[in-house]
Ligand binder design. Structure first.
Ligand SMILES: Cc1cc2nc3c(=O)[nH]c(=O)nc-3n(C[C@H](O)[C@H](O)[C@H](O)COP(=O)(O)O)c2cc1C
Length: 175
């Protein structure tokens, strides 16, 4: 009986892992108000959930520092990565303890060049594309908080680009 339950559990996890997702870097904080509030983290649980208004949902682990920053300043950024940027994902799976620092050629977080938008939100300079949004709601579960953000700004690289997806890596998350 226990074995059956284990099999069911493993299958459910495999099927959940098989749902295609992208890999992104979500940002929170407002460096205009509190420079140390800025945080960036790797996420894949992201999707558009409405067209009018345009809303995305991002699911945050309850204990994540980025969630704290998103809740405090009611805004988030989403950096869409180039398909070749797998290494960046690993840089943002731990909290960025020193927040935003001034590097030799501009602001950086975890050694990656960042741009600070007019909103005070950090995003990756090397992103293929990006979105910014204002928080319009959230739903809490035991493990995660799903934050809904209405899109307020966007940008993309002038060159054609392909975006990074979970299947381009050996990583899984969720399940
Ligand atoms: C491939 C991958 C995907 C991830 N997706 C998410 C996600 O969708 N939501 C989430 O809360 N954490 C996700 N994580 C974990 C966070 O990146 C990690 O917990 C991070 O340290 C949280 O940072 P923070 O505490 O600075 O906010 C993912 C990690 C990896 C390796």
């Amino acid at each position: 009986m226990t074995e059956m339950r284990d099999d069911d559990d493993r299958r459910t996890r495999r099927v959940l892992w098989s749902l295609p997702t992208g890999l992104y870097i979500v940002g929170g904080g407002d460096v205009r108000v509190t420079p140390s509030s800025a945080n960036l983290m790797t996420v894949n649980l992201v999707m558009q959930v409405a067209t009018a208004p345009r809303v995305i949902a991002v699911s945050f682990e309850v204990a994540s520092r980025t969630l704290q920053a998103v809740r405090e300043f009611h805004q988030l950024s989403l950096s869409v990565l180039h398909r070749s940027d797998r290494a960046v994902v690993r840089r943002f799976v731990k909290p960025v303890l020193d927040g935003l620092v001034e590097g030799s050629s501009g602001p950086e977080m975890a050694g990656e060049p960042v741009i600070v938008g007019s909103t005070g939100l950090p995003r990756l300079s090397g992103a293929a594309a990006w979105l910014e949004g204002n928080v319009v709601g959230e739903t809490s579960f035991e493990s995660h908080v799903v934050v809904f953000a209405e899109i307020s700004a966007s940008g993309e690289s002038e060159e054609p680009y392909e975006v990074l997806r979970m299947e381009d890596t050996r990583m899984n998350y969720g399940g």
